[in-house]
Write a protein that binds this ligand. Structure first.
Ligand code: NAD
Length: 303
């Protein structure tokens, strides 16, 4: 049955995700600080709102897809935020990748207003959002998960209730560690193979058939070779995720030495003007250290 739903944050991920809800026939109230993506969604049938509070006043199921923890806090509890327009009995679903501990505080605060919350970060990138094949890692109460699941099924395929509030975010942190370290492994292997004079496209092709196979080798390995570094997933967002990982590790008394190294490579890349490139550009930091670029022309990177 068609419902009124809200969507706050319609950037690289949020725009196609909100688009899936519109295609399914729901009335989608959208808000983003930026005008352009809201207007694009209006052309496909969305209703534009001028604040998060207005979205919350019109829809009882409100999705958020924002960059970082302070953005979610502002959209929920800041001036003209969700909290100032929301009705008791509504459900807030935060699909952004943010820190697990504040997530638990946000859920407690909303519960005090009679509002339920799920954290539901995703994996699968822009392509997964466009094809509705995202993995969705959910934290919150089972009965709330069951109510929102039909909407998750419009955006993703592998939808798992991990545990209580914040546990979806913990799972996403684990995901981002694996992705960063795999990016590093693929980058190191391709730079080494290229400097040895070997055809890296052939190396990738061969590795895709064995134990070194991974989605990162397939998708990001191709981007590295073809030098297509337009985001995708921005370096600055992966830095944010590894920061959450390293802070969480410190709080828990866990050592994550290779996560720290991956973060240093992103730091170097960002310092070199790469913060808004796709994270597959991590290879550029390693190329600099090897004084060797795997493309024929290191100035040929497509932005
Ligand atoms: P993005 O920067 O493309 O989009 C974020 C949008 O939020 C922007 O349009 C921005 O204007 C808006 N925004 C920021 N603060 C706001 C506020 N207070 N109120 C209203 N709008 C606000 O980012 P993205 O790539 O879509 O990523 C969103 C989240 O999804 C991040 O947490 C990211 O880590 C996560 N994620 C991204 C990918 C990916 O491949 N891009 C994959 C998985 C998860």
């Amino acid at each position: 049955m068609a419902q009124k739903v809200g969507f706050i944050g319609v950037g690289i991920m949020g725009k196609p995700m909100a688009g899936q809800l519109i295609t399914a026939g729901h009335t989608v109230y959208v808000y983003d600080r930026a005008e352009a993506p809201v207007q694009e969604l209006v052309k496909s049938g969305a209703v534009a709102c001028t604040s998060a509070a207005e979205v919350a006043g019109k829809a009882e199921l409100i999705f958020l897809m924002l960059p970082d923890t302070p953005d979610v806090e502002e959209a929920l509890f800041g001036q003209n935020g969700v909290a100032s327009g929301v009705r008791s009995g509504s459900i807030v679903v935060d699909m952004s990748s943010i820190s697990p501990i504040p997530t638990r505080e946000f859920a407690r605060k909303l519960e005090g207003m009679g509002v339920e919350m799920l954290d539901a970060p995703v994996s699968g990138g822009q392509i997964g959002a466009q094809n509705a094949t995202l993995s969705i890692m959910v934290g919150g109460k089972a009965q709330i998960f069951d109510r929102v699941k039909p909407f998750f099924e419009l955006m993703g395929k592998n939808i798992v209730l991990i545990g209580g509030n914040g546990d979806g975010q913990v799972c996403k942190v684990a995901n981002q560690v694996v992705v960063a370290l795999t990016l590093e492994a693929v980058s190191e292997a391709l730079v080494m193979a290229s400097k040895a004079g070997t055809d890296v496209a052939k190396v990738r092709e061969a590795l895709l058939g064995g134990f070194a196979q991974s989605k990162i080798l397939e998708v990001h390995g191709e981007r590295m070779i073809k030098r297509t570094f337009a985001p995708g997933f921005r370096v600055r967002l992966h830095q944010k995720d590894l920061n959450i990982a390293l802070q969480t590790a410190r709080n828990l008394g866990v050592s994550m030495p290779n996560t720290a190294t991956a973060q240093e490579l992103f730091n170097s890349l960002a310092a070199d003007g790469g913060a808004d490139l796709d994270h597959s550009s991590m290879i550029k930091a390693l190329e600099k250290m090897a004084n060797h670029a795997i493309g024929k022309d290191k100035n040929a990177d497509k932005k």
